[in-house]
Write a protein that binds this ligand. Structure first.
Ligand code: CP
Ligand code: NVA
Length: 330
């Protein structure tokens, strides 16, 4: 039977089968081709979507806006300060109001339970644009990027270095387990993914012929890896006071040229972005001044090297978010 995601919300990848995730990656590839060839695809003309952002964004917001416009839809953006949600109106009431006006709702913010509650009450598809726990739209872009580079996904090894319990690391563990990619979480024991999520992902991985491993040894993580992935050490919503401790814990897991060279010859470097690979940001400059280090989760050399595919990933956010919206709204 064909895949049909019409009317579904996109909240976390645990809710989707490997076939459904693969369908979204295929669709994203199709949309990329349409965009590159300048072929119009206003398939959702007349529909309207709303984007609720309780945290800042460049890629996710722009991807939803451009993808929405390319599909012919009206797009409304609500920033962290300009809606009543949470302060003067409950999540449940907000969902019931927006569901009457819009055909789909994107939410970026805090607890996963907020986006789940929105979806329970909205009556229209809700898309998770990042919560504290998960970042599922990023995963369709990342797996598309990996497939473009290697021509396959099954049997590859992806190692995540650093804060292995954040939203991106959690989501990578789930998507790898679903798609037959061997996942390795490489970080200090204090920042390892939650035991119950590891157990869930190991059971899924066993069904799909791959493994989920944890290591505190960076060289062990790099060995045999096809993808070296990292993310910032203090995520949005976490207090700035955490920097000192995170630097102490995570410095050994910075992705360097030595680590990249210890991986497979054709290994690639990935990062969801934004990245602190130099001091050209406020945070990068603050950390340099306070802690005397100018590169955080990866070196500038790795970020800028030929094996870095970070801007392909960023572009693919737009094609994959278009695929997710189209599949659930058509
Ligand atoms: N990767 C990502 O979600 O980027 P933004 O925070 O800029 O949306
Ligand atoms: N872990 C990061 C991802 C940003 C896309 C954060 O939540 O800030």
């Amino acid at each position: 039977m064909g895949i049909n995601l019409s009317g579904r919300s996109f909240l976390k990848l645990l809710d989707f089968t490997p076939a459904e995730i693969t369908y979204l990656i295929d669709l994203a590839e199709d949309f990329k081709r349409l965009k590159r060839t300048g072929t119009p695809h206003r398939y959702l003309e007349g529909k309207n979507i709303v984007l609720l952002f309780e945290k800042t964004s460049t890629r996710t917001r722009c991807s939803f806006e451009v993808a929405g416009h390319d599909l012919g839809m009206g797009v409304t953006y609500l920033d962290p300060k300009s809606s009543q949600m949470g302060k003067k109106e409950s999540i449940e009431d907000t969902a019931r109001v927006l569901g009457r006006m819009f055909d789909g709702i994107e939410y970026r913010g805090f607890a996963q339970e907020i986006v789940e509650e929105l979806a329970e009450n909205a009556g229209v598809p809700v898309w998770n644009g990042l919560t504290t726990e998960f970042h599922p739209t990023q995963m369709i872009a990342d797996t598309l990027t990996i497939r473009e580079k290697f021509g396959r996904l099954k049997g590859l090894k992806l190692t995540f270095f650093g804060d292995a319990q954040n939203n991106v690391a959690n989501s990578l563990m789930v998507v790898c387990a679903k798609l037959g990619i061997n996942f390795c979480a490489c970080g200090p024991k204090e920042q390892m993914p939650a035991a119950d999520l590891v157990e869930t992902c190991r059971a899924i991985a066993a069904e799909n012929g791959c493994t989920v491993t944890l290591t505190e040894d960076p060289m062990e993580g790099a060995k045999g890896a096809d993808v070296l992935y990292t993310d910032i050490w203090v995520s949005m919503g976490e207090p700035a006071e955490l920097w000192a401790e995170r630097i102490r814990l995570l410095e050994p897991y910075r992705v360097t040229m030595d680590l990249l060279n210890a991986a497979n010859d054709d290994a690639v470097f990935m990062h969801c972005l934004p990245s602190y690979h130099d001091t050209k940001t406020e945070v990068g400059a603050m950390v340099a001044e306070q802690f005397g280090i100018s590169e955080l989760e990866c070196t500038d050399e790795v970020f800028e090297c030929k094996r870095s595919v970070v801007f392909d990933e960023a572009e693919n956010r737009m094609h994959s978010i278009k695929a997710i919206m189209y599949a659930t709204l058509k």
